[in-house]
Write a protein that binds this ligand. Structure first.
Ligand SMILES: NC(=O)c1ccc[n+]([C@@H]2O[C@H](COP(=O)([O-])OP(=O)(O)OC[C@H]3O[C@@H](n4cnc5c(N)ncnc54)[C@H](OP(=O)(O)O)[C@@H]3O)[C@@H](O)[C@H]2O)c1
Length: 288
């Protein structure tokens, strides 16, 4: 019988993609009670609640933790709540999984670094500037210090095919309305299918340590918007880049660089991250 992997947070963007793509090997948790009551296999888990009686299903050997307060803005606005979920309750959950001999895959972030240097290495000293990055680093350290059997995967940006921001841009461009992407905010994205493949392999191989996944270069949101506009044949003058500093978003910190060194991914898993152009073309393919 093939192994089953526990997907903590099957409603998350990545979790829902993963459970669809690998439905035969996934069993997921949700905090949406109505979902659990509508099917026999759903596992209820709400990190806000007391976890002392919660237990993972029998037969699971590996789990990936997708549940988190992931909005950088929300973490900044309510750091106590973000830390409660992202650190305290996540550590609680890790203890339960560990006690049940379940190998853990923990998605972390490039935001454990301050973003002043490109291609940060696994062993470089972290210096998170955001609450979200600080939360993730705290859990990374908990896993490492306590020698908990786990893979930590620091992802830069993960883009699903129906990424809402790009959808909004396309809707506006179609209607002849201008869009205002940031010229001074960059990402080094990988596709969600690539990210899920890496997670899937680590759930199976149970390799311990820190892995890093990012594209091989940074690209600004404005440049992605231009690529989308060109690909879909929209009027380029509708794309009017602005600075994030003049926008509504309230962020204390935006990294200059988001790329990570991916040598370990190549050496240990034999996986090379595709060239940034191929990644952007793959994303654009969906809209074409
Ligand atoms: N997306 C990226 O680019 C990226 C990059 C690096 C790392 N990561 C990490 O990868 C993981 C998944 O990311 P994502 O973008 O897919 O996240 P997401 O779409 O924002 O989903 C987060 C999930 O956490 C659940 N959640 C929040 N609070 C909860 C609680 N108290 N109890 C139970 N569930 C709770 C939410 O449940 P509801 O759906 O019910 O609200 C939601 O499904 C996160 O740990 C994130 O930090 C993501």
């Amino acid at each position: 019988m093939s192994e089953k992997y526990l997907i903590i947070g099957e409603d998350s963007q990545i979790g829902s993609f993963f459970t669809r793509r690998y439905s035969d090997i996934s069993v997921g948790t949700t905090r949406r009670r109505e979902k659990v009551s509508h099917r026999s296999s759903g596992i209820y888990l709400n990190l806000e609640e007391d976890l002392s009686l919660w237990a993972p299903p029998k037969g699971v050997t590996s789990a990936v933790i997708f549940t988190a307060v992931t909005s950088i803005e929300k973490c900044q606005q309510n750091p106590e709540y973000a830390r409660f979920i992202n650190v305290e309750k996540t550590k609680n959950l890790i203890d339960i999984l560990h006690k049940n001999n379940i190998f853990i895959v923990f998605p972390s972030t490039n935001q454990v670094f301050n973003g002043t240097i490109p291609y940060q290495k696994v062993g470089d000293t972290p210096s998170p500037q955001t609450e979200y990055g600080k939360n993730k680093l705290e859990v990374e350290n908990y896993l490492l210090i306590n020698k908990i059997e786990s893979s930590i995967i620091r992802f830069s940006k993960i883009i699903p095919p129906d990424y809402p921001l790009f959808q909004t841009w396309i809707t506006s461009l179609k209607q002849g309305e201008s869009i205002h992407p940031f010229h001074d905010m960059v990402i080094s994205p990988v596709s969600i299918s690539f990210a899920c493949m890496v997670i899937r392999i680590l759930l199976e191989k149970k390799l311990t340590g820190i892995f890093q996944v990012s594209a091989d270069d940074d690209i600004s949101y404005a440049n992605i918007a231009h690529d989308i506009g060109t690909k879909l044949g929209y009027n380029g003058s509708l794309i009017q880049p602005v600075s994030w500093k003049t926008s509504d978003i309230q962020l204390n910190h935006v990294p200059e660089h988001t790329t990570l060194d991916t040598t370990k991914l190549r050496n240990d898993l034999g996986i090379k991250v595709p060239d940034i152009r191929i990644i952007i073309d793959e994303i654009l393919e969906y809209y074409g």
